[in-house]
Design a protein around this ligand. Structure first.
Ligand code: GLC
Length: 440
């Protein structure tokens, strides 16, 4: 096994799960009724839209151009190896033909299940398939109103809660999870979202493990899909009986790899192309090519995965900005994927403006800023046997550590230092990578 894949400590990297840290890069998809509003998937919360008023999106839901084969092809071409789709988001709308609710795609003008074709299309492109399932549900009549519910400021909220029973909601949720994990073949990831036990608002408590019955829920998940990787937002006790399977930092670039109870943990950051997960027509903070690529590099350099989100339009398409971002990844990974897939952190210290990943005796220097000609790397002197730019396999020279570099100033390379000589012109690659092949 590659050194990068040998993870010590608390991570369950058994055969059924080892693929995850090898594959490194997945696609998140947020698709639901909020795509019609086109102003954030939390629109119902933000604008305090009642279920009655929100019904207009249900009544007009018709993604007539939905073609999951196209989504899957684009994901594969972008270099993504797995996918996680919102089977249900906080609004409560279900993309599949669940027998436990009427609030589902089959009852909209579209009239068809979206989930089966999704699963089949992505599998056919060779990607592992996952589901996101919202613990929160702003539609279910038994879900007690709380501080993030759209009805939180309704004058009768407390009164309405008297007829809501969270245990009935939990039963519904467990039934749906059973449906999702039995009706679609092998599911590789389940992403539960999210718990907020301490967020009390106007006498209405937040929600956590007691509400979701998280211990039972994880038991059910493990029984139905023994190899599935489970996100960490169930608010499970941290007493050691429920080792964390997947830490999920969101819209955040960690400085150091996350841990759980002081031990290494499998982790995945999720990010958006712009600021919203659901399709947001007027949101303008789209990340540029450098940011997109460097998020992936920063993540793998620390030993994590990146789940990058697309919010399809209400027609069921990826909009042009999303397509461009996916192509940025595809173009870069086609020639630089060797530094990402199966690679992980390195023991060597990367110079400022660069990141290392490593796979066996190959060390990848990602030049996030392009220096003028020289890059000095401590600890690598006399350890490298060959160096090349990864994207075109063009040789890179280094300076002889025994020779004087500049006789005018009398500075030598320095013992233990590797000084690479780069071309003055930055190659036409978003972030160029130098592949260093180490001596055995
Ligand atoms: C958050 C949001 C949500 C999004 C998720 C993705 O918890 O509630 O809208 O789906 O993060 O990480």
């Amino acid at each position: 096994m590659d050194s990068a894949l040998t993870v010590s400590g608390g991570i369950d990297n058994s055969a059924g799960k080892a693929w995850f840290s090898n594959d490194r890069f997945g696609m998140f998809i947020h698709f639901g009724l909020y795509a019609l509003a086109a102003r954030h998937e939390w629109v119902q919360h933000r604008e305090e839209i009642s279920p009655e008023a929100y019904a207009k999106y249900f009544e007009n839901f018709d993604p007539d151009l939905y073609d999951p084969k196209e989504w899957a092809r684009r994901a594969r071409e972008a270099g993504m190896k797995y996918v996680v789709l919102t089977a249900k988001h906080h609004e409560g709308f279900c993309l599949w033909d669940s027998k436990f609710t009427d609030y589902k795609a089959t009852n909209t003008p579209y009239g068809k299940d979206l989930l089966k074709p999704y699963v089949e299309a992505f599998r056919a492109e060779g990607l592992k398939v996952g589901f996101y399932y919202s613990l929160i549900d702003w539609h279910h009549p038994q879900f007690p109103i709380d501080g993030i519910h759209p009805l939180r400021n309704h004058p009768d909220a407390l009164e309405m809660n008297k007829s809501r029973d969270v245990s009935k909601y939990a039963e519904y949720m467990h039934n749906q999870v059973r449906e999702l994990l039995t009706g679609f073949g092998e599911i590789s990831v389940i992403w539960f979202d999210f718990s907020y036990p301490k967020r009390e608002y106007r006498g209405m408590p937040g929600k956590g493990r007691a509400d979701w019955q998280s211990e039972e829920l994880i038991g059910l998940v493990r029984e139905l899909q023994p190899n599935i990787i489970v996100g960490d937002r169930l608010d499970l006790p941290t007493d050691g009986n429920f080792p964390k399977d997947l830490a999920t930092p969101e819209q955040y670039t960690p400085r150091i790899a996350p841990t759980s109870n002081g031990k290494p943990v499998r982790w995945e950051v999720c990010h958006t192309f712009s600021g919203s997960w659901g399709y947001h027509r007027d949101e303008n903070t789209w990340k540029d090519a450098g940011q997109l690529i460097n998020i992936l590099i920063d993540t793998v350099a620390l030993g994590g995965n990146l789940l990058m989100n697309v919010g399809p339009t209400a027609r069921g398409t990826f909009d042009k900005r999303a397509v461009t971002a996916l192509e940025t990844y595809g173009e870069w990974l086609t020639v630089n994927g060797r530094s990402i897939y199966g690679a992980g952190p390195s023991q060597y210290q990367a110079p400022a403006g660069t990141r290392f990943t490593q796979k066996g005796n190959r060390l990848y220097l990602h030049l996030q800023t392009w220096p003028f000609r020289h890059v000095h790397i401590e600890g690598l002197g006399r350890k490298v046997k060959y160096a090349q730019l990864l994207h075109d396999a063009s040789e890179i020279h280094w300076l002889d550590p025994d020779a004087e570099v500049d006789s005018n100033i009398g500075v030598a390379v320095g013992d233990g230092i590797l000084t690479l000589e780069l071309p003055v012109l930055k190659p036409d690659v978003v972030t160029p990578v130098v592949e260093l092949i180490l001596k055995d």
